[in-house]
Design a protein around this ligand. Structure first.
Ligand code: HEM
Length: 186
């Protein structure tokens, strides 16, 4: 949000349509209306998946549907979420932060496994819905009260993929109190 002020402004506009100038706490019903903020969160999880790789040891031979190749029993395979999410066949201009990648019509035409920040299948993340809900509550509360500023652009970020993807340079942000959401909304 700090690196994309135009996008932050769109989130603030959406929050104003939901909350007006009220400082009431956020409700579950409110979170259902945060469509643009949800797209921003999904786009963040696309470009910066907190779990950048998933590995599995294969318990039986697996014949790939995509080509004439069989993965042998016992092999360890790596699913590189970070790379899958930056495949330009599925996400045009993959290096550009674009929440509209998750407009319903765009998501509908994409392969089911082209976007897997929470993994997929029976061992996928059990906290997915809770995480999305919590992120909406936390981010909307911060953005209703503060403008997020950053002097760095995305290309300056230094990423490191351990078990969790992180920024080695930390999060260099400043928060500027908003006097009112009404004055902040465009
Ligand atoms: C943005 C936040 C989150 C992301 C991106 C995320 C992502 C993932 C991924 C990719 C996996 C599969 C890992 C693997 O198989 O190697 C996973 C598994 C899991 N996650 Fe999350 N997670 C998030 C938040 C949470 C939260 C908030 C909880 C709990 C409240 C949670 C609980 C779990 C559990 C228990 C598993 C293991 C499921 C299993 O093996 O059957 N996650 N998560």
């Amino acid at each position: 949000m700090g690196a994309h002020q135009d996008i932050q402004q769109k989130v603030v506009d959406e929050l104003y349509t939901i909350f007006g100038d009220s400082d009431r706490p956020v409700t579950f019903q409110d979170t259902l209306q945060m469509k643009y903020l949800e797209r921003c969160i999904m786009e963040t999880l696309r470009m910066y998946p907190p779990v950048p790789i998933i590995s599995r040891q294969i318990k039986e031979n697996v014949k790939l549907a995509s080509r004439d190749l069989t993965l042998p029993i016992g092999a360890t395979i790596i699913i590189a979420t970070f790379k899958i999410h930056r495949n330009e066949d599925t996400f045009p201009n993959p290096e550009v932060f674009n929440p509209d990648n998750f407009l319903p019509e765009k998501s509908a035409s994409r392969h089911y496994y082209a976007y897997v920040p929470f993994s997929a299948g029976p061992r996928s993340c059990v906290g997915r819905k809770y995480a999305m809900l919590k992120l909406k509550i936390i981010l909307s509360t911060i953005l209703r009260n503060f403008k997020i500023n950053s002097n760095l652009s995305e290309k300056d970020w230094k990423l490191q993929a351990d078990i969790i993807l992180k920024r080695t340079d930390g999060f260099k942000l400043s928060l500027e109190p908003r006097k009112s959401l009404a004055k902040s909304a465009a």
